[in-house]
Design a protein around this ligand. Structure first.
Ligand code: GAP
Length: 437
């Protein structure tokens, strides 16, 4: 069995190998702001692509959109976010540190200054990030950075329905940035003030919501398995009525055992007709569906599976991380990433930095890079180079050696088993395509 991995280990690996590092670092950073580096952006893009393929392009009942990050402020009044998208905030009267009152014990001393019994009464703190559009900084120019991607899928409902000619049940999907003025961000990329959400609104007839809810919960678990996220560490939580978001009639959270505790990874909500009904009322535009067979006119109900991209990224890294003792007695760190998610699919390594080997290896890397994410590395010993690739999860290493000059073949080493095979240069692209897509 794999030993538990600590957050420090993952954060260090992420920084050292260029997955994720602190943003604005040369200016001392900005608390809880993170940049995805060269490997991180590849892993993130691969997750997005896999999600889009599974839930959008490979289905006939789903279409995607890419909505604006800043919407008409009236959207957030109709959606209930202005009134209710809040967390309970308390402030230490002594040092003025602010906390979420549902995350601390207010009977205990302040974690920062140690004074006891000094907290203010909880007050509702709205999490939406405000900005101003144009040169005026007054109420007429105020706008919000979107706190969820969902609303564009509701307000664009008529546009999408008319242009795509979909019939209920069908879904509208989106991947994009969201902003929340979190009171207590932290735990690396788990809770930040800007993050990506992958989610869709699936429109159904009210009589069928339970069937669709059960189906999408199953699909979410299938996705978790496909990403290589540890299923044993994933748990369904039926969210109680008082803990549900203001729009939800039923929510199941999928939680994950992170090193800092069991926390929300994904959510599945039954939003009823809350959003389409409210936007119809507030905008004066009917957001309804007419069944072309029965002529029944109704407001579709909504099932919403939502997936935090950054939390997916973190759960994928934590699940893939493994350490073992190599045959040489040295520790081998290996990211057992699913090949379709691995940022680098194949590493091309000349056995030594010698002209005749480089002469074959470099053009081979350039040729393969047209179809696969390739890394070319001619520095250090071959053992060290294998270890570097293991640590970033590269599924295949290809070594060009002196025999290659004669037999026109290379040695292919598989990451997890470390088994090596001799494959002809001619067959190599096909060999890799079958294994890494
Ligand atoms: N449209 C529904 C919605 O936005 P949510 O549970 O508030 O639901 C969706 O957020 C997902 O976004 C969560 O399940 C979580 O994975 C992720 N998420 C929420 N807040 C986050 C934050 N501050 N930092 C990173 N990810 C976050």
């Amino acid at each position: 069995m794999k030993s538990a991995v600590s957050m420090d280990t993952i954060v260090n690996l992420a920084k050292r190998r260029g997955f994720v590092f602190a943003g604005s670092e040369i200016y001392g950073g900005l608390a809880n702001s993170w940049d995805y580096g060269p490997l991180g952006v590849e892993l993130k893009n691969n997750i997005k692509q896999a999600w889009w393929k599974k839930f959008v392009t490979s289905r006939l009942d789903m279409v995607g959109i890419d909505g604006a990050l800043i919407m008409n402020p009236k959207v957030w009044e109709a959606s209930g976010h202005v009134a209710t998208f809040t967390d309970p905030l308390v402030e230490c009267k002594s040092c003025h540190e602010r906390y979420r009152s549902d995350q601390i014990d207010v009977a205990k001393p302040c974690q920062k200054c140690g004074n006891k019994g000094t907290f203010t009464e909880p007050a509702a703190f709205n999490l939406m990030l405000k900005t101003f559009l144009g040169p005026k900084e007054d109420a007429t120019a105020a706008a919000y950075m979107r706190p969820e991607t969902a609303q564009a899928m509701f307000v664009d409902f008529n546009q999408v329905l008319t242009s795509s000619r979909k019939r209920v049940p069908f879904g509208i999907a989106q991947i994009g940035h969201a902003f929340r003025n979190e009171i207590t961000p932290g735990n690396f990329i788990f809770r930040t003030r800007e993050f990506d959400i992958m989610e869709f609104e699936y429109f159904v007839h009210v009589n069928e919501w339970e069937k669709h809810f059960a189906y999408w919960l199953e699909q979410m678990h299938e996705w978790i398995a496909e990403c290589g996220i540890d299923a044993e560490k994933s748990h369904d939580l039926e969210v109680s009525a008082e803990d549900r978001a203001h729009y939800s009639k039923r929510t199941v959270d999928i939680e994950f055992d992170f090193p800092f505790g069991r926390k929300e990874l994904y959510g599945l909500a039954y939003r009823g007709d809350f959003d389409l009904k409210n936007h119809s009322q507030h905008s004066g535009k009917e957001l309804v569906y007419t069944d072309p067979i029965t002529n029944e006119k109704y407001i579709p109900h909504v099932i919403e599976p939502t997936f935090g991209l950054d939390r997916t990224f973190l759960a994928v890294l934590l699940s893939a991380y493994d350490e073992e003792m190599g045959e040489d007695g040295e520790k081998r760190v290996v990211l057992r990433l699913k090949p379709h998610l691995a940022p680098v699919k194949v590493a091309i390594l000349p056995l030594m930095k010698k002209e005749e080997l480089v002469h074959i290896a470099k053009p081979l890397a350039e040729k393969l890079a047209k179809n696969f994410a390739v890394e070319y590395d001619e520095t250090q010993s071959i053992g060290k180079r294998y270890r570097r690739q293991d640590e970033i999860g590269t599924p295949y290493c290809v070594t060009v050696d002196y025999d290659s000059l004669e037999d026109k073949a290379v040695t292919v080493r598989e990451r997890d088993s470390m088994k090596q095979e001799r494959i002809s240069l001619e067959k190599l692209p096909e060999y890799l395509k079958e294994r890494v897509g």
